[in-house]
Design a protein around this ligand. Structure first.
Ligand code: 5AD
Ligand code: SF4
Length: 434
C-alpha cells in the first residue's frame, strides 16, 4: 500500500518539476512515508529522523517531511516532538504537497492531515519505482470501515472508498503494454470494492474479471480479502481464468471464536474453516496464506492452542505472524487490558513460527518433482548465474539463467527446496520426433 502511495507522491511532485534521486546527499527534500500499524514501525521512523538530522546539520537547505499514517496519527505533535520535521502530510492530502512545500520554502512548517471521503488518486498514474519492471501494484480502494479492535488503519487511512474502474483498467493495461506481466490489486478489504454507475454496481468479482481479460499473459493477484466477505462467486470467477493467480491471502488473526469476537472480526472459527473448504473445492491446488496475531487481550493458553490447531488444519503455505501490540485510540486500547505478559507472547509467537516453518517446508515439498509455470522476475540474490521468479501459487523458484530474462514465462521442474524457496531446472521441451 505504501509503495503505491510513494509512487503517487512521486507522480504529483514530478508534475511540479521535482525530480527523484537515489543519492540522499543530493536531495533537497527528503520525504519519509510511514506506517503506524505496530509501534516498532514508528520507532524505526524515529531513528531514520535522527539520521536526517545529521544531513540537515550539514546542509540547512534540506527539508524533511513525514507523510502517511504516522503523520495522520500524530499530526502537530510530530512537529513538536521532532524539530527537524518541516512537513507533515496525511495519506489523503498528497495533492496539497506542492502548496505545502511553498510554505516550507518561505520558512513556515507545512501540515495537512485532513482525511477525505472521496480521494482515491484515481486519475494519477503512479511513477513506478520497482526494480524489476515485471510486477507491480495497483491500488483499487483506500481506507477501511472494519474497525477491528486492535487496528489503527481505519483511523489513519479513513473511510473506505473505491477507485473508478476505468482508471484501474487503464493503469493495468498501461503496465502490460510497458512489459509488466503481473499486477496485484490492492485494498484493505478488496471484497467490498464497489463502484456505482447509474443504477449498476460493479463488484470486485466483475472488476477482477475485467482485469483478467486485459491479456492472458498478465497475471493478476489481489490482497487483502476479509474472511467475512470472501464469496463463492469470487472463487468461481478465479477458477475460470488461469491468469488469476492460485494464491489467496486470507488473514485469520486467531483460531479461537472467542478471541475473534473480542477482536471484532465478525466471523467465527467455523466460518473461516468453511471458507477454506470452499477455496479447496473451487481452486484445488491454490496456496493459502494468512496473518496471525498472538497474545491479544485475554488470550488463554487454550485459545492459543486453537490458533495452532487451525494453522495445522489449513496447512498454510505462508504466514505473517505478529505479537499483539496495543495501539493508541483503538477499541482494544479503550476497552480491554493488554494483559498477556510479554514473555508469554514471545513464547506463543515462537511456537507459531516453528509450526509455520514446518508447514512452509511441507508446502514446498509437495512441489518436488512437479513442473510449475514461473514468471521470471530477476537475478537470484545468491548467484549471478541464476534467476528467480514465482509460481502462480506465489512460491519463489530459483533456476539456472540460460537465455531467459525477466518477464519471460518458463516451466521449471522442481528438484530441491527449502522452507522458503523451490529450486529447479527449466523443463526440457517435449521431443517433436516422439
Ligand atoms: N498488533 C499486532 N499486529 C497487528 N496487525 C494489525 N494491527 C496490529 C496490532 N495492533 C496485523 C494484522 C493485520 C496485519 C496487516 O498487521 O495481522 O492483518
Ligand atoms: Fe485493520 Fe481490520 Fe481494516 Fe484490516 S480489516 S485494515 S485489520 S481494521
Amino acid at each position: 500500500m505504501n509503495v503505491v502511495d510513494s509512487e503517487v507522491v512521486v507522480a504529483i511532485l514530478q508534475q511540479n518539476d521535482y525530480c527523484i534521486t537515489d543519492q540522499m546527499d543530493e536531495a533537497d527534500l527528503i520525504l519519509v512515508n510511514t506506517c503506524s500499524i505496530r509501534d516498532n514501525a514508528e520507532q524505526r521512523i524515529r531513528s531514520r529522523l535522527k539520521e536526517f538530522k545529521r544531513i540537515k546539520q550539514q546542509n540547512a537547505q534540506v527539508s524533511v517531511g513525514v507523510i502517511g499514517c504516522m503523520a495522520e496519527r500524530l499530526k502537530e505533535k510530530l512537529l513538536e516532538d521532532e524539530t527537524i520535521v518541516d512537513l507533515v502530510v496525511g495519506p489523503d492530502a498528497y495533492r496539497e504537497l506542492p502548496a505545502l512545500l511553498s510554505e516550507v520554502e518561505s520558512g513556515q512548517k507545512g501540515i495537512n492531515t485532513l482525511l477525505s471521503l472521496e480521494e482515491t488518486y484515481g486519475d494519477i498514474r503512479p511513477v513506478r519505482m520497482d526494480r524489476n519492471h515485471v510486477t507491480s501494484f495497483v491500488s483499487i480502494m483506500r481506507g477501511c470501515d472494519n474497525f477491528c479492535a486492535y487496528c489503527v488503519v481505519p483511523e489513519t487511512r479513513g473511510r473506505e472508498r473505491s477507485r473508478d474502474p476505468e482508471t484501474i483498467i487503464g493503469e493495468a493495461t498501461g503496465l502490460f503494454e510497458k512489459g509488466y506481466r503481473e499486477v496485484t490489486l490492492l485494498g484493505q478489504n478488496v471484497n467490498s470494492y464497489q463502484w456505482e454507475k447509474g443504477s449498476r454496481v460493479l463488484t470486485f468479482e466483475e472488476l477482477l474479471e475485467q482485469v483478467a481479460r486485459i491479456d492472458p499473459l498478465l497475471r493478476v493477484r489481489f490482497a487483502t480479502s476479509h474472511p467475512k466477505d470472501m464469496s463463492d462467486n469470487l472463487l468461481k470467477v478465479m477458477a475460470r481464468f488461469s491468469n488469476l493467480c492460485r494464491a489467496i491471502h486470507l488473514p485469520v488473526q486467531s483460531g479461537s471464536s472467542a478471541v475473534l469476537e473480542r477482536m471484532k472480526r465478525r466471523y467465527t472459527r467455523e466460518h473461516y474453516l468453511e471458507r477454506i473448504s470452499a477455496i479447496r473445492k473451487y481452486l484445488p491446488g491454490a496456496s493459502i496464506s494468512t496473518d496471525v496475531i498472538t497474545g491479544f487481550c485475554g488470550e488463554t493458553e487454550e485459545e492459543h492452542q486453537q490458533t495452532l490447531s487451525l494453522m495445522e488444519w489449513v496447512g498454510y503455505d505462508f504466514s505473517y505472524m505478529f505479537k499483539y501490540n496495543e495501539r493508541p485510540g483503538t477499541l482494544a486500547q479503550r476497552k480491554y487490558r493488554d494483559d498477556v505478559p510479554e514473555k508469554i507472547k514471545s513464547r506463543r509467537l515462537s511456537e507459531i513460527i516453528e509450526l509455520q516453518m514446518r508447514l512452509s517446508l511441507e508446502s514446498k515439498e509437495r512441489d518436488l518433482g512437479q513442473t510449475c509455470e514461473v514468471l521470471v522476475e530477476g537475478i537470484s540474490k545468491k548467484s549471478e548465474d541464476h534467476l528467480f521468479g514465482r509460481t502462480s501459487q506465489n512460491k519463489v523458484v530459483v533456476f539456472p539463467k540460460g537465455l531467459l530474462k525477466p518477464g519471460d514465462y518458463v516451466d521449471v521442474t522442481i528438484n530441491r527446496c527449502t522452507s522458503a524457496t523451490l529450486i529447479g531446472n527449466p523443463a526440457q521441451p517435449a521431443d517433436p520426433e516422439q
